[in-house]
Design a binder for this molecule. Structure first.
Ligand code: LLP
Length: 414
């Protein structure tokens, strides 16, 4: 549930009129709802009262420091995948002891920085990374907390580009390698094997595959325990889907009850790394209709948001709801909603029935996750502004880029 609703035909972000925001701040414009973000975080944080739980929001979904700061204030931890994300969460007030560091290609300097500030855990993605972390920890005369990200080879049944837990994917360490790596870490003075993790994919509308993966992780936990290696946490990654159109994913509470039941009386805490299910439906992308054009074959509604602002439709054939910002009582037409970028792949939605006139605004719903963070300057388009709504107040949390931002850092030859 989110706080973007039409009231008397006008789309409101909480108690704020979206059309007025679009007039004032220009389009394309990302608008986030504080109340929605908080509600989605609490849906996780309050779902498991009887087990230690750490909700590490996946920063990649939406990394604006105001978003991160709101979540940090609620006590969230963070799942990061780069030194850049690490600095962002620190700027936003995150507690280092609630940071987990994922990613297949951590660099020497990223590992060093994370060790120096004392993160909760490295989610280790290859045997060579484990050895590298051990060597850096030894050099710094410290101990690195680690979790092995295993590849459980389960099919998450989602788009192939966001499937990560199959054996043909680059992620994780194959199950058969894990026990020896844990034994190595257990004996190593500078490694502390704290947990086990996986992340099998994103936008999962059925939690069956996640629970299958959990069973595999539990098996590993039990085997290691019988050897005297007791892991403290299991981290199932992110992945719970959201309703973009009419999907019906399980709620965090439903999913976590099933996880809790499977973990039973094992003394392990749970870490989750949700991104999309916290941020996606907490944001909209507002765009203006620039032109209507009747082609030979179909009609095109040319809008001022493009694939550089919202890449998901072009990259994953993703579908998101598009609604008028101010509802009108007039005839509808069917059109492809396309952006100004010079690529046939630049579309936001195809074959949608709308009745918007040129100059009016549309809102692309569910754009709070993997929207701005995947945006670019392609075609030298400044990146959009981002607003956070809190009740009837609007805060600019990122200014629209200027034309001089576009060439910042570039220089002419002498
Ligand atoms: N943890 C790890 C290690 C991940 O790789 C991801 C997402 C997450 C957590 C968060 O997953 P979520 O709860 O958001 O599903 N750009 C794509 C999604 C890519 C997801 C990448 N990894 C999209 O727009 O659909």
């Amino acid at each position: 549930m989110d706080f973007f609703n039409h009231v008397q035909g006008r789309l409101m972000a909480e108690q704020t009129d979206v059309a007025q925001l679009a007039e004032q701040f220009g389009t394309p414009l990302f608008i986030y709802s504080r109340a929605t973000l908080e509600r989605h975080y609490h849906a996780y944080a309050n779902a498991m009262p009887n087990r230690d739980l750490m909700i590490c929001y996946a920063v990649k979904a939406n990394s604006n420091i105001a978003v991160l700061n709101l979540l940090a204030r609620l006590g969230a931890g963070f799942d990061i995948v780069s030194g850049g994300e690490l600095e962002r969460v620190l700027l936003a007030g995150a507690s280092p002891s609630r940071i987990v560091f994922s990613g297949v290609g951590k660099t020497e300097s990223e590992i060093e920085r994370a060790l120096q500030i004392g993160i909760h855990c490295f989610n280790v993605e290859s045997p060579s990374e484990l050895h590298q972390i051990a060597a850096i920890a030894e050099r710094l005369n410290t101990q690195a907390p680690i979790s092995i990200r295993v590849n459980p080879n389960v099919d998450p049944k989602t788009h192939p580009y966001i499937s990560t837990g199959l054996k043909q994917n680059k992620f994780g360490i194959k199950m058969t390698d894990a026990p020896d790596l844990y034994r190595f870490a257990h004996q190593h003075q500078h490694l502390n094997p704290l947990g086990i993790d996986c992340h099998i994919g994103s936008q999962l509308t059925d939690d069956g595959p996640l629970l299958d993966a959990l069973d595999i992780l539990i098996d590993q936990i039990d085997t290691l325990a019988s050897e005297g290696i007791s892991l403290k946490h299991v981290d199932l990654g992110g992945g719970l889907g959201v309703p973009y159109i009419d999907e019906q994913p399980p709620s965090p509470a439903q999913f976590m009850a099933r996880v809790d039941e499977r973990l039973g009386d094992r003394n392990v805490s749970l870490v989750l790394e949700p991104g999309r299910s916290i941020a996606a439906n907490a944001g909209i992308l507002v765009t203006k209709l620039l032109h209507l054009k009747q082609g030979e074959d179909r009609k095109f509604a040319i809008i001022d948001a493009a694939m550089n602002d919202l890449l998901r439709p072009a990259l994953y054939q993703a579908e998101q709801k598009v609604v008028p910002v101010v509802e009108q009582d007039r005839d509808t037409y069917t059109a492809d909603l396309v952006g100004p970028i010079c690529e046939t792949g630049d579309f936001i939605a195809k074959g949608r029935t709308i009745n918007t006139a040129v100059g009016e605004f549309l809102a692309i719903r569910s754009s709070g996750a993997y929207g701005f963070t995947m945006s670019s300057n392609y075609n030298s388009r400044p990146r959009a502004a981002e607003l956070m709504i809190d009740g009837d107040k609007a805060y600019v949390i990122r200014q629209r880029e200027s034309l001089s931002d576009l060439v910042r850092g570039e220089s002419l030859l002498p």
